[in-house]
Structure formats: C-alpha cells, structure tokens
Design a protein around this ligand. Structure first.
Ligand code: HEM
Length: 411
C-alpha cells in the first residue's frame, strides 16, 4: 500500500536526527497523510491531531504500560533497575495504584504551595542571571543552558524536595541518563545509562530520607515521611525514595528544556520579543505559546484497555498508541496558522503537560519558573542575541538544548 509506505517514511523522517530542528514539518505531512498512523515495525499508532490525543489521554479507554504489561510483554527487562523503578512509578501505574502514589503529593504541589515558592524562584533567577551577566560582560558568548537553563530548575525542585545545593551539581548527568527511559525505542546503551542513573539516584534519595527521618526539615522529603508515619499515606519508604527521584528528574529535565526553547523562540522572533519587552503582562501567554509551538515532551504512549476506536481506526485491546503532543499542539483544526509563533495568540490550551490522570504535577511550577526568568532576562539584557548554533539533545522524545550560546552585547 503506497499510502502506508509514504506515511512510514514521513514518520521516520520526523523522528530522525536531521529533523531535530524542525520535526513539525514532517509531522504536519504525517497528519495530512494519516492522522492515525499504525507504524507496524514499532507496533504503535501515531496520533497527530489535537482532539484524538486529548481524547486518548483523558478518556477511560487507554492506560499507561505498567508492571503487568512488563511481566507479560517484556520479561527480559524485569531485572533492570530502571524498569523496576519506571513501571512502579507514577508514570507506570494506573487506577488505584496510581492514585495511592499521587495522593501524598497533592498538598506539596497545590496552588498555595507553588505560590509560596515564587520569591525563592525569583531570587534564584536573579543570582543565576548575575553569573550570566558576568560571563557575557566582555561581549563574548556564554552557554545559557549551563549557567541558567539547567541550574534554575535544579535549584527550584531541589529546594522543594530538600536536596542540598552542594549536591545538586551532580544531578545534571544522572538526570539526562535516567531520562533515556522516555525514549520511544530504548537502545542497549539507553538501558545501561538509565540503569546506572536509577541505581545511583535511588541510593541518594534513600540516604536523604534516612537523614530527614533523623533530622526533619521543612521540605517535601520530611513532609512525606511525616505523612507516611501518621499512616495518612500508605506508601513504603523505598516508594517515597522513588517518588522523590521521579519528581526531581521530571522537574528539571523538562523545565530546562522549556527555558532554552522559549529563549530560542523569542530570539528567532524578535518582533514577538519586542512585544513582551513593552508589555510584561504578555509573559504568561508567551510561555503558553512557547509550550505550544515547541514544547519539551514530543510524545507519550498509551495502551488500549479494551478494543476501541480512534477517529474510525480500530485499536485492539492492548494495542499501543503514541500521542504526539507536539503535533497536536500544531493541529490546524485547533489553532489557526499553527506554525506561527504569536505571544498574543488567544485560547491556547496546550497538551504539552499531558492530560487526564497523568497530567503533569509540576505544570504550575514550570510556568512560574519560566515567567519569572523570561521577564527578568528580557528586561535586563536588551541586546540579548544568539551567538552561534545551539546543540539539541539527541532524543526522539525530549526536546531541549544541551547548549545554547548567547551574548548580551555587541555583534
Ligand atoms: C515544562 C516543564 C514540564 C513539562 C513539559 C512536563 C511534561 C509532562 C508530561 C507530558 C507529563 C505526562 C506524561 C504522560 O502522560 O505520559 C508529565 C507528568 C509528570 N510531571 Fe511533568 N513536565 C514539566 C515539569 C515538571 C515539573 C517541574 C515537575 C515536578 C516538580 C514534574 C513532575 C511530573 C510528574 C511527577 C509527572 C507524573 C504524573 C503522573 O503520572 O501522575 N513535571 N509531565
């Protein structure tokens, strides 16, 4: 079938390293050719329309691959520490098992608690921008991601959880390695990196919990221990360590992506950056537009709980679908002129944080960090500019700059 051959080719080109700067053009072609496309070698159906992705993520007919799936379909992964972690985590549980893990975190990530963090976020952003100003004061370039994009979310989520500042540096590499678990196809090297990182991080967070049990502090690690001890949350200590691990890695890998991608979007659309400089009230909308235009998580997988249909295509029980969030966010049926980056775009409701039971815990925190940082960055550096090509993360799922050289003066 010619159509199927074409759609496979387009899909592979969207996922290829050559398309890392712009996977959206091939994804739009895939949406036009086959909005629900079954890629047989990967045995998953790629969904590129907004309405289909939202329905799958929010509705009761689909679930995440969990431990039962692991035991049934991939027993060869059972000995892997990274699989043991992932398929018992929030991202790898469904229904009551998922609710049990999510409940203890609700207070910590409620609106009130996030608003309280605002002053800390702003202070940290100012400190990091001081370093960035020093590094670029001679007119030269500095790597925005190394100086600001990574350290800000690491400090914020680390502070929330209770990871001491001195320990935070070591997590950059471990976080990247653990995040290989999100690759749609994990190579042997991905597994090796993820296994080693999960093992090291589990040890770290188990030790942190032991320390906080002896000497409670006002952080999330201490709060979770207190709740578990009072049996308000029936979660074992090794599960608490895994929760902290997930929050920590999910909290900075993605947010660092958002910060770099947003700065890049603004610097490549100077008219839009100028609008923000004159009217900072547009900042929250600009962050939403950045999440829509080029968000950090390109796709996520679900399995059909029973035989069901997506846009007229039958998906058998257990069949896999991949919701391509980045493509959904550029669906012309949802957003007119979807490829334009417009900080004043009305009615933006991104799928970049997912939807339904697994909706991102840190969405409010990530938005807070991005708004605080961008406002300061634009106000403080009127001459901010790209100072060379960035280096994008070699990943098919996580979109981020590993390096983004910027300068603040001269040309
Ligand atoms: C721009 C930044 C972020 C983006 C784009 C993002 C994206 C996402 C997405 C797409 C999901 C759903 C995955 C799925 O349904 O399969 C998710 C889940 C999650 N996120 Fe985020 N995230 C961000 C920041 C954060 C932060 C700051 C934290 C924590 C401090 C966090 C913690 C989590 C957790 C714990 C889950 C799992 C929720 C569950 O499965 O119940 N994220 N995130």
């Amino acid at each position: 079938m010619d159509d199927a051959v074409d759609a496979d080719g387009i899909l592979l080109s969207a996922l290829a390293p050559d398309s890392r700067d712009d996977p959206y053009t091939p994804l739009a072609a895939l949406r036009d050719a086959a909005p629900v496309h079954h890629h047989e070698p990967l045995d998953t159906r790629f969904l590129t329309r907004y309405a289909d992705c939202q329905a799958v993520l929010s509705g009761p007919s689909f679930a995440v691959p969990d431990r039962e799936w692991l035991v049934r379909e991939r027993p060869e992964w059972l000995d892997r520490p990274a699989a043991d972690f992932f398929y018992a985590s929030l991202l790898g549980t469904n229904g009551a098992a998922h609710d049990r893990l999510r409940r203890p975190l609700a207070g910590a990530f409620g609106r009130g608690r996030i608003a309280e963090l605002s002053a800390d976020v702003e202070r940290t952003a100012d400190e990091l921008l001081d370093r960035f100003a020093d590094a670029t004061s001679d007119g030269g370039a500095a790597d925005f991601q190394a100086l600001v994009g990574y350290p800000l979310p690491v400090a914020v989520v680390g502070g929330l959880i209770g990871v001491p500042r001195a320990d935070q540096e070591q997590f950059h590499r471990l976080g990247q390695d653990a995040a290989r678990l999100l690759e749609p196809v994990r190579s042997a090297a991905d597994w090796r990196r993820a296994d080693a990182a999960v093992t090291a991080l589990r040890e770290y967070f188990a030790a942190l919990l032991r320390e906080r049990r002896a000497r409670p502090a006002g952080d999330l690690a201490s709060t979770l221990l207190a709740e578990a001890a009072a049996e308000r949350a029936p979660v074992a200590e090794h599960e608490l360590a895994d929760l902290l691990l997930l929050l920590f890695v999910a909290g900075f890998e993605t947010t660092a992506g958002l910060l770099g991608l947003t700065v890049f979007a603004l610097l490549t659309h100077p008219d839009q950056a100028a609008l923000l400089r004159t009217d900072p009230a547009l900042l929250p909308g600009a962050v939403e537009e950045s999440l829509r235009w080029d968000g950090p998580v390109l796709m996520t997988e679900r399995l059909a709980v029973h035989t069901t249909e997506v846009a007229g295509v039958t998906v058998p029980a257990g069949g896999s679908v991949t919701t391509v969030l980045g493509a959904a966010n550029r669906d012309p049926l949802r957003y007119p002129d979807p490829d334009a980056f417009l900080v004043r775009r009305p009615d933006v409701r991104v799928l970049s944080f997912g939807a339904g039971p697994h909706y991102c815990f840190g969405a409010a925190l990530a938005r807070l960090e991005a708004v605080a940082l961008l406002g300061r960055l634009l106000a403080r550096f009127p001459g901010l500019r790209l100072a060379g090509p960035g280096v994008r993360r070699p990943s098919a799922c996580l979109r981020s700059f590993d390096e983004l050289p910027l300068a603040t003066t001269g040309r």
